[in-house]
Design a protein around this ligand. Structure first.
Ligand code: PLP
Length: 395
């Protein structure tokens, strides 16, 4: 999964290109930068890879989510439906926009269940943000249909699923905007970075402005000549990070090929274990294959197997007990531990998150284990791993 496993000469060369110019800033300095525009090139490549019309890079995936929300006009008091299984950044970004995260059930895709969205849609619902978790896709066309039928905006958190597609179309391109993360452990990493993709020029322009203090970038070489059509902030990526990300993105096809090969070797070997069923993947050919996720029949058996796998050095993530990825342990959200006073609209609008009850999601997460797929595994590593997995189920 993590792109850092295959850092090489390409990343080094790309960083050196930037260091040699002394220009670490993505805008301006045309004379000094010797033709290097790493962030711009990265954005072009991201459009090419995803088929999106426009892309804008940010300083992180979280910043990309915040920027996408600002660009789509999501704000104070708006309800935004998100899944309870995601990285905390998704609901943080919603709250930091002054909006209200509302949690919907997930299904065996480990992503939002389109059939259960109606349970949580209210007159205040403005948007739905499905998260394509662990390298694979939600039932995205069905989610989009529910959004369309109810006049809701669709934004996709594809931070974990760069390279994944549904019926040949990249995740992140189904809604009004999609977001990716290039943080330290993602498929493509540049240390810290994120990206927004969209097919709507208006959304792109707003994102481009918002992430750079509202600059319209129409002043030419003179930043001082830019106008400020909106109030923004600084979510810019640096040229150094973009340089690494660009070199990594050029390796995406190779990364996906290795991940898929490694994942399917394990999955095929495990297919004969009667008590194991696999995560439902709406389009298996579009799986980016960063994780192999599977279910066991009961919570007790899942915990037992998790323990055995760990003992045999083939440990899996048991997200149900994880502090960062499942609502059950989000005490800071439940106790509303904010660093600053909440906006008035939000104080009135926020539900009591202690009372959120998601039996379907609990039932699935209690029985889910996910094995991270590494790029660096050798054939021997995979064979040994399969042996250890098989042993763990027999013990
Ligand atoms: C990593 C991640 C983010 C945030 O990305 P950062 O670049 O770490 O800010 C958001 N959502 C999901 C689902 C993620 O996995």
């Amino acid at each position: 999964m993590p792109g850092f496993e295959i850092f090489g000469e390409e990343e080094r060369k790309s960083v050196t290109d930037v260091l040699d110019t002394g220009v670490l800033f993505r805008y301006g300095f045309e004379g000094a930068r010797k033709g290097h525009f790493k962030a711009l090139e990265f954005e072009k490549k991201l459009c090419e890879v995803t088929g999106a019309g426009y892309s804008h890079l940010c300083s992180s995936g979280t910043a990309a989510l915040s920027t996408a929300m600002a660009a789509c006009g999501i704000g104070a008091g708006d309800e935004v439906i998100v899944p309870p299984f995601t990285f905390v950044a998704t609901f943080e970004a919603v709250m930091n926009a002054g909006a209200v995260p509302v949690f919907g059930e997930i299904d065996e895709t480990l992503c939002l269940d389109p059939d259960r969205l109606k349970d949580v849609i209210s007159p205040r619902t403005k948007a739905v943000i499905p998260v394509h978790m662990c390298g694979s896709m939600a039932r995205i066309t069905e989610i989009k249909a529910v959004c369309d039928a109810n006049g809701l905006l669709l934004l996709e958190d594809a931070c974990q699923s760069l390279g994944a597609t549904f019926q040949g179309k990249a995740v992140g391109t189904f809604g009004l905007a999609g977001c990716f993360s290039f943080d330290a452990v993602k498929t493509v990493t540049c240390g810290e970075g994120g990206g927004i993709i969209t097919n709507e020029k208006e959304v792109y322009l707003k994102a481009d402005q918002y992430a750079d203090h509202g600059h319209d970038h129409l002043g030419g070489a003179d930043r001082g000549a830019d106008d400020h059509p909106i109030i923004g902030t600084n979510f810019r990526i640096s040229e150094l990070n973009a340089a690494v990300g660009l070199a990594q993105l050029n390796k995406l096809d190779r990364i996906l090929e290795i991940q898929r090969k490694n994942k399917y070797a394990l999955k095929n070997a495990m297919a004969d274990i009667p008590e194991v069923t696999f995560r439902y993947i709406p389009d298996a050919s579009g799986d980016s294959a960063t994780f192999l996720s599977f279910f066991l029949p009961t919570e007790d058996r899942t915990r037992q197997v998790a323990e055995k796998l760990a003992e045999n050095n083939v440990g899996c993530a048991y997200w149900y007990d994880n502090n960062w990825h499942y609502l059950k342990k989000w005490h800071h959200l439940k106790q509303m531990k904010r660093s600053a006073k909440l906006p008035v609209e939000l104080c009135d609008a926020l539900p009591d998150y202690n009372k959120v009850d998601l039996p379907e999601s609990d039932n699935i997460m209690k029985r889910t284990l996910s094995m991270q797929i590494m790029l660096s595994w050798t054939q021997k590593d995979i064979e040994d791993r399969i042996e250890s997995i098989m042993k763990s189920f027999k013990e």
